[in-house]
Design a protein around this ligand. Structure first.
Ligand code: SF4
Length: 807
């Protein structure tokens, strides 16, 4: 505002509408300040008489608003000291920031070893990524650094609570926002168990977010409350149901607390509701809090108190969104954490411009990081600024000159390759020709005694020698923290491993126990899914089918493919169950309309059943699935008639099995449908979507002409075997694509496989079933040489664990 006032050019910008806006803003603001007895310190002209000629202004070049006060200060007799003109210096340019930080730390370590006090050394880091790198590398070397940088309060975990609360409300209590709030570790929830159970429930029962469109309702639906109530009634056997009341009560209280905070119309009300929320849900006893967290949280609340006090004083001020204003202020207020430990001071660039330690390292000072420019009238466009002649104030070189004087021994450095990509040294050094390029070879000599570099070189040699340690040479002299690291490494990835199931078979007794998990009355059970899994990776099959380990799902999708597929299967099952109970076979002629009506009725029935008893998903997605199912399945009658007209539904999603007595194996599976006619049976497996497959996907031979496992899996030959062994003559087997509205025959007259192909596949399937039983009984669940990875990567040592080579 002060700048507006002093610049007539701005108030008379040439654009009438714009000038009118500035005038209005200026006068309204003035009126507001006067009416409330307020003043802005930066707007007031200071009274400089008190200086009495004894005031020095050092380096005015880097004071952004010096120009505004220059005349006034000079008139008051202030002495101006322009140091920036005389500072100079040279910069070291490294290949990359890793080498740069290593070198700087090496030099610091040498200074400390020579007896320099840590207070005589300072580091200035020009960007955050270099600071991160420096701090982590210093930890490795045991060099204590003390980074004195502040961040907005909202960047600290404890300063985020207001934002997390607002996100819950604005997202309609979405699962993501609830997860962020209730599982946030910065706070200790009084009832953490119920909070976590509520999130688990939300994921399992798809509480994506509260909605205004839900199944059978056009009004808003509180998904959390309605699911908690209905699941409790319909699913009373599940353990979660026992905690439903506690969860429902917790959710209602939480929702109401959040709504009161977000709906607060004054800072008074906001403070009150926030206090109630905290005392209701959080454990506020200080011994439970991390000290740092507590300080930030207190500061966050102080910001709210000061807002409340200010507005109280300004009686006629109304704030439309108190929570929003509070959050905005938290985004702006910079908070510098207190440092408990002593260490070498590390500053962000510019903050340390006038310090004067014995040794000052200024690192990561690339051209971009060194740039310091200030634009006057930042609210104007570039063109408008140009029109009124407002120049940009560039202080880049002034800062470098001042930094060149910021210590007895000042060392600038930067790198050409940084975490942010390629970088150049500042133009100041380029134009003065004071860049010293540091080559790797020169560094190697200089690093000879540096323990980290020595260790890196030793590992490098060990690696090149194929991890034969004797050839890597003697271990260099290491620091304590490095020795500690070595001790961890040798106890972990370098040590001899115990039993390793991805590489070895289990011993006989354990093997027997594992196989018994897959057996009934001594018969080893084999399903098509387990056989496919075993073919791809036995270790995966061990985890999934024997040990029953499942990956926890933490991400919630609006629609999940498994439920969508099950619903569509259920509709076709319902349709054929109706047809079968009417005692008629499927015959399209004269029945097209009737069949379509039957499918529509089946769709209605299935969706109603799911809504009543099952875990259906998020309202709008559920409605959309219903529309899609109805539309896709209307194509089914004519597709069915194309290949299987006149057949009667016989087996509908029924378990079939047969025993291979000789090997004590039970083969079992559930086939979607078997329809029969006078010639024999056809097997149909429904897929949500499917496309035509070539013969090569089923039949592939090795060099001797032996059949290899089918690329597409054993499902259809497996089903053919099940049907045959249950006394049926199988004429054809096909997949039906629900979204494509078409059958894809695999075997039989129209299929891609001849009868001979189908028989060979069945033989291979039988032999693989017995091999699977035999290997599993021997405890062989080893992983394949190569695999594309699966959900068990984190527990599988095959590819994803670091291990000492050849052990
Ligand atoms: S990561 Fe590979 S080897 Fe390990 S279980 Fe999964 S598929 Fe098998």
């Amino acid at each position: 505002m002060r700048k507006i006032e002093t610049s007539e050019a701005v108030l008379d910008s040439g654009e009438a509408a714009l000038s009118a806006d500035y005038f209005k803003l200026y006068h309204d603001y003035l009126r507001f300040m006067r009416a409330n007895g307020l003043f802005e310190p930066s707007w007031e002209l200071p009274d400089l008489k008190a200086f009495d000629g004894s005031c020095y202004i050092i380096c005015p070049e880097i004071i952004e608003d010096f120009g505004e006060y220059e005349a006034l200060l000079k008139a008051a007799g202030c002495r101006i000291v322009n140091q920036a003109e005389i500072g100079a210096g040279m910069i070291k340019l490294y290949e990359n920031s890793v080498i740069e930080t290593d070198t700087v730390l090496s030099e610091i370590a040498s200074l400390l070893a020579e007896g320099t006090a840590h207070t005589g050394i300072a580091v200035t880091v020009a960007d955050d990524k270099t600071a991160e790198l420096l701090l982590s590398k210093a930890r490795l070397r045991g060099i204590p650094l003390n980074y004195r940088s502040g961040s907005p309060l909202s960047d600290y975990p404890a300063g985020r609570l207001p934002e997390l609360i607002r996100a819950c409300r604005s997202s309609g209590f979405s699962i993501a926002s609830m997860k962020n709030l209730l599982l946030y570790r910065a706070f200790i929830w009084k009832d953490a168990e119920t909070a976590a159970a509520l999130i688990r429930f939300g994921i399992e029962y798809r509480c994506l977010k509260n909605t205004s469109v839900g199944p059978k309702t056009t009004s808003s639906e509180d998904v959390w409350a309605s699911r908690l109530k209905s699941i409790a009634i319909n699913d009373s056997q599940r353990p979660e149901a026992c905690r439903r009341e506690a969860m429902l009560k917790f959710y209602k209280k939480l929702k109401s607390g959040i709504e009161k905070i977000t709906g607060a119309s004054s800072f008074e009300a906001l403070s009150r509701e926030f206090q109630i929320f905290i005392s209701t849900f959080l454990n506020t006893e200080t011994e439970h809090w991390n000290a740092e967290c507590e300080q930030v949280f207190q500061r966050t609340r102080e910001v709210l108190s000061s807002l409340r006090e200010t507005v109280k004083r300004l009686e006629n001020v109304l704030v439309s969104d108190p929570l929003g204003l509070w959050i905005e202020l938290l985004n702006e207020k910079i908070y510098v954490q207190q440092q408990a430990e002593e260490g070498i001071a590390v500053f962000p660039y510019r903050v340390s411009a006038l310090i004067n330690p014995s040794h000052h390292f200024i690192i990561g000072l690339s051209h971009d990081a060194a740039a310091v420019a200030s634009k006057a009238f930042s609210f104007l466009t570039d063109q408008q600024r140009k029109d009124i002649g407002a120049a940009e104030l560039n202080m880049t070189d002034d800062f470098i000159r001042i930094f060149a004087l910021s210590g007895d021994d000042v060392r600038f450095s930067c790198s050409t390759d940084t975490a942010d990509g390629a970088a150049l040294p500042p133009g100041f050094f380029i134009s003065s020709g004071t860049i010293s390029r540091i080559k790797s070879a020169a560094m190697e000599d200089g690093f000879f005694t540096d323990p980290i570099q020595s260790e890196n070189r030793w590992w490098d040699r060990a690696c090149r020698a194929g991890f034969r340690l004797e050839e890597a040479g003697e271990l260099p002299i290491l620091s304590l923290s490095q020795l500690e690291g070595f001790a961890y490494a040798s106890a972990a990835f370098m040590s001899e491993k115990g039993f390793d199931a991805v590489k070895q078979s289990f011993p006989a007794d354990a093997a027997g126990q594992l196989a018994s998990e897959l057996s009934d009355d001594g018969f080893f059970r084999v399903s098509a899914t387990a056989l496919n899994r075993w073919t791809e990776c036995r270790f995966n099959m061990l985890l999934t089918d024997v040990l029953n380990i499942r990956e926890n799902e933490y991400i919630l999708r609006a629609e999940d493919p498994w439920t969508a597929g099950s619903v569509m299967h259920d509709i076709l099952l319902d349709f054929f169950t109706e047809l079968k109970s009417s005692g008629t076979s499927f015959r399209l002629a004269g029945n097209t309309d009737n069949y379509r009506k039957m499918i529509a009725a089946s769709t209605d029935r299935v969706f109603t059943e799911w809504e009543k008893w099952r875990n259906y998903f998020y309202g709008p997605a559920w409605e959309s699935l219903k529309r899609r199912s109805l539309q896709d399945l209307q194509l089914f009658p004519s597709a069915e008639a194309e290949y299987f007209d006149g057949l009667s539904p016989e087996i509908l999603e029924q378990w079939l099995e047969f025993n291979m007595e000789e090997f004590r194996i039970r083969v079992l599976g559930k086939i979607d449908r078997i329809s029969t006619g006078t010639d024999g049976a056809v097997i149909v497996d429904y897929k949500k979507s499917w496309k035509k497959q070539t013969r090569a996907k089923f039949i592939e031979e090795d060099e001797q002409g032996g059949l290899l496992p089918p690329k597409i899996g054993y499902q259809l030959p497996f089903y053919i075997l099940l049907a045959r062994e249950n006394g049926m003559k199988v004429n054809a087997a096909a997949y039906y694509s629900i979204s494509g509205g078409a059958h894809f025959p695999v075997s039989g007259g129209f299929g891609v496989l001849s009868d001979e192909d189908a028989d060979r596949l069945c033989e291979l399937t039988l032999s693989e079933i017995s091999r699977m039983a035999e290997e599993s009984r021997k405890g062989n669940f080893t992983a394949p040489e190569r695999c594309g990875g699966c959900g068990f990567r984190t527990v599988c040592r095959k590819r994803f664990n670091v291990r000492w080579i050849n052990r």
